[in-house]
Design a protein around this ligand. Structure first.
Ligand code: SF4
Length: 205
């Protein structure tokens, strides 16, 4: 983890209401409670050794999508019970993700996020812009950077390293912390691309 860079502003230059994402899947069973849409955002400054998604580090434009369009996509699949934000670092795009969470939660879905920041950092004065706004929308948060020397290699753990925490903001989800965090899923996209997800939020194709 690079703690020095973690609080620098990211080189993002998107108009409000847009997200720069790395990937998306519907109906994942391995990224939170129930069947969930997963949004992997593009861009992270930490460079944690052993990071599962190093392709997500760059802040270069990847897939730029309007928030209402992404909300429609999530809501267009009736099997999605919630949305999970992973990355990359979701909190560098907090205002747009808060907007997305509000749109899907208005239709009864839940919202959760992974983050390399600690909850204390997100509540502190050095937090990324909009962090409080996004926190207010989340039902669940898994916080803290991935620390390779504290890695957990257990199929029963919802976190990747011992320093990370599962924060339950919505008590209704307290008894649903049982997703298959050690499993891999293969999604075949419409263009034939295969996308793998699992192992607590990782994405690769
Ligand atoms: S593990 Fe997470 S916080 Fe660390 S570099 Fe990878 S995406 Fe960023």
């Amino acid at each position: 983890m690079n703690t020095i860079n973690a609080n620098l502003p990211p080189p993002l230059n998107l108009p409000p209401g847009y997200l720069n994402i790395m990937g998306y899947v519907d109906e994942s069973q391995v990224n939170g409670p129930g069947a969930r849409a997963v949004v992997w955002v593009q861009g992270c400054l930490r460079e944690c050794p052993g990071c599962f998604n190093p392709g997500s580090w760059s802040f270069e434009e990847n897939q730029v999508v309007a928030v209402p369009e992404l909300a429609d996509k999530i809501l267009g699949n009736p099997r999605n019970q919630g949305v999970t934000f992973s990355g990359g670092e979701p909190f560098w795009q907090a205002p747009a993700l808060a907007q997305l969470a509000r749109l899907v939660k208005a239709k009864g879905l839940t919202a959760m996020s992974f983050t390399g920041f600690t909850l204390e950092e997100l509540r502190g004065s050095q937090a990324p812009p909009g962090a409080g706004e996004l926190l207010a929308e989340l039902d669940l948060l898994i916080d803290g950077p991935y620390l390779e020397h504290l890695a957990i290699h257990s199929p029963d753990s919802l976190v990747s390293s011992k320093n990370q925490r599962v924060r339950v903001f919505n008590p209704a989800l307290a008894d649903q912390l049982t997703w298959a965090s050690d499993q891999l899923e293969i999604h075949i996209l419409k263009d034939g691309t295969r996308l793998f997800t699992g192992f607590r939020g990782q994405l690769f194709s």
